[in-house]
Each structure stands twice: as structure tokens, then as C-alpha cells.
Design a protein around this ligand. Structure first.
Ligand code: ATP
Length: 304
């Protein structure tokens, strides 16, 4: 029996190794594919930031030609202002953020920063100008300090710590035996969704870019931390150009413009008071949330 077990067990190990290699290869090709889609034009220029005004003009986009996702989207975020996007799950909110960060190019229309079309700019210069706090933060298999300072290789330990304090993750890091040298990521210390998000917030605070994208920035945080971090994010967002994809409408009442999306189209737009006055979808979502109901993109909130 043992004679049969050992080779079978060995085959099992080989099978797992091959499967893992295929998974890694798959990931690599996904990344390469993404890189290919957003290659710099031969004459690409670096972005020259003046005030960091963002403009989407008649943008249409599909990940797969057979299934259009965004239809004729136009809006502007004037320099230093905040535009919020709300709408049901799958309506295309995060896709707007991905296009602004230029993970993909638009199929029709254009996106520009300070009048410069993204397609004519170097990716590096565009990404240096934008900080994202995403829905799901993937950490690198490296130290917490590296993860916070990512993209800012010259950052000092004091700067890293100051950003971590502002994002309310410093005391957690300090409580681990190796502190900022603690390894995180898939092979290191496992962090909760909220802790990972706070690392992403610290990274963004340290990077201090002129454009910020908050993709449901506080969705993974418990309510105790939420208000304090919300205040930090608001302080960090002062005088910056901000695109926020919001769950809770109470965080966007001060937005310059709110876009209410559904199925890849802007169905309503205006500032908070105008939308309440209109008495449409947004007003109904607001009433549901005020009475303690679903978040803006949850099915109950969305069904309005
Ligand atoms: P949520 O609130 O759930 O995050 P969302 O409004 O941000 O949703 P998007 O993530 O922009 O929605 O997705 C819009 C549509 O695009 C969805 O139908 C989704 O399935 C599809 N989609 C998103 N990413 C991809 C991708 N990489 N490839 C193909 N389709 C995608």
C-alpha cells in the first residue's frame, strides 16, 4: 500500500505545483494584457499639472465589445472640486475610476486632465498625479513600511509614520513585534479588510497627489474608525480634485456635482439640494438611508 501511496502522493504534489504555476502564469498574462492595452504612444508627453481639472467628454467604453458598459458619459471636475458617483452595483462607477487611472483606453470620446488627453500622455506621469483608495487593497509581499511608502521611495520613516498615524493604523503597526518591518501580503501577516484599507489610505496621504479617487473608500472600515478616517480623508482632499464613488450619501452632500448612474448612463445629476428637490432616484435613496436603510449601491437602495 505504502508503495502505491508514495508515488500517488508525489503526483499530488506535482499536480499542485503545476496548478500553482498555471495560476501564476494566468496572473502574469492578465497583467501583461493590461500593460499592452495601455502602452504609451511613441510621442507621449508627461502630464503638466496646472490645477488638475478632469474632464470626461462623451466617453463610451466596453471591456468586451459585445457588452457595452459606459454610454456617452460627460462630466467635469473643476480643479480642487469633488464629484461623487452613486448608483447600483454594476452600473459602471468603478469603471470610471479605472479609465481615469488609465487601466484602459476609452472606445469613444475622451478623458483629459488640464486639457491634455490621457492617450497623449505617459502613463507614469498620469499615475503619479492620481492617488487611489480602492475597494479591495492588494498589498505587496513586503514590509508595512514598503507598502505605505510604495511609489515614494525617498520617503523617510517619520513621513511613513505620520501618514500611518493620520490613517489610524500606526498603533496597530506599533503593536506587532517587528513594527514597520512586519511582512504583510499573502505570505506575511494577514490584515483585515479595514486594516488593508487604512494602509492604502496612508499610502495615498503620503503620496499627496493633486487628484484623488476614493472608490467606496470607507466601505471596509468599522463605524468606530470610520468617522475619524473620514475626517482625515476630507482634510487630505482639501483643494484637491476628487472623484468619489460613494456608498453613504451623507459623505457627499458637499460635492460640486453628484452623478447618479444606472446601467452605464448618468440618469440624474446635480448637487445634493437640487437632487433632493427633483424628488427622483437620488431623493429616494437619501430617504432610505436617512431612515437607516441600505447603502446607495445595495440592491434595496438601488431599486429606487
Ligand atoms: P460595484 O458598486 O459593485 O463596485 P460598479 O458600479 O463600480 O459596481 P463596475 O465595477 O464599474 O461597477 O462594473 C460595471 C460592469 O462592468 C459590471 O457589469 C461588471 O461585470 C463589468 N466589468 C467590470 N470589470 C470588468 C472586467 N475586467 N472585464 C469584464 N467586465 C467587467
Amino acid at each position: 500500500m505504502i508503495q502505491l501511496y508514495i508515488p500517488l502522493n508525489f503526483l499530488g504534489v506535482i499536480y499542485r505545483e503545476i496548478k500553482q504555476s498555471l495560476t501564476d502564469l494566468d496572473k502574469m498574462f492578465t497583467l501583461l494584457e493590461r500593460e499592452r492595452e495601455i502602452a504609451d504612444a511613441p510621442d507621449a508627453k508627461p502630464l503638466a499639472v496646472q490645477g488638475a481639472a478632469v474632464r470626461f467628454e462623451h466617453v463610451s467604453f466596453a471591456y468586451d465589445a459585445a457588452r457595452p458598459i459606459l454610454h456617452d458619459i460627460s462630466f467635469e471636475i473643476p480643479a480642487g472640486k469633488k464629484v461623487a458617483v452613486v448608483g447600483p452595483s454594476g452600473s459602471g462607477k468603478s469603471t470610471l475610476a479605472r479609465l481615469l487611472y488609465r487601466f484602459y483606453d476609452v472606445d469613444a470620446g475622451s478623458i483629459s486632465i488640464d486639457g491634455q488627453d490621457l492617450r497623449g500622455l505617459t502613463q507614469g506621469s498620469v499615475r503619479r498625479a492620481i492617488g487611489i483608495v480602492p475597494q479591495d487593497t492588494v498589498l505587496f509581499n513586503d514590509t508595512v513600511a514598503y507598502n505605505i511608502a510604495y511609489g515614494q521611495p525617498g520617503a523617510t520613516q517619520q513621513e511613513v509614520e505620520a501618514a500611518a498615524r493620520a490613517a489610524h493604523i500606526h498603533s496597530f503597526i506599533a503593536s506587532t513585534p517587528k513594527g514597520y518591518a512586519t511582512m504583510v501580503g499573502e505570505r506575511g501577516l494577514k490584515l483585515s479588510g479595514g486594516e488593508k484599507q487604512r494602509v492604502a489610505i496612508a499610502r495615498t496621504l503620503l503620496k499627496n497627489p493633486p487628484i484623488l479617487i476614493f472608490d467606496e473608500a470607507t466601505s471596509a472600515l468599522d463605524s468606530g474608525n470610520e468617522r475619524a478616517i473620514q475626517a482625515e480623508l476630507e482634510a487630505a482632499a482639501q483643494n484637491k480634485t476628487v472623484l468619489v464613488i460613494a456608498h453613504r450619501l451623507s459623505t457627499i452632500v458637499d460635492a460640486h456635482e453628484i452623478l447618479v448612474m444606472e446601467k452605464g448612463r448618468i440618469m440624474e445629476r446635480g448637487h445634493h439640494a437640487q437632487l433632493i428637490e427633483q424628488g427622483g432616484r437620488y431623493a429616494q435613496m437619501w430617504r432610505v438611508q436617512q431612515s437607516g436603510g441600505a447603502a446607495a449601491d445595495e440592491p434595496h437602495g438601488a431599486a429606487v
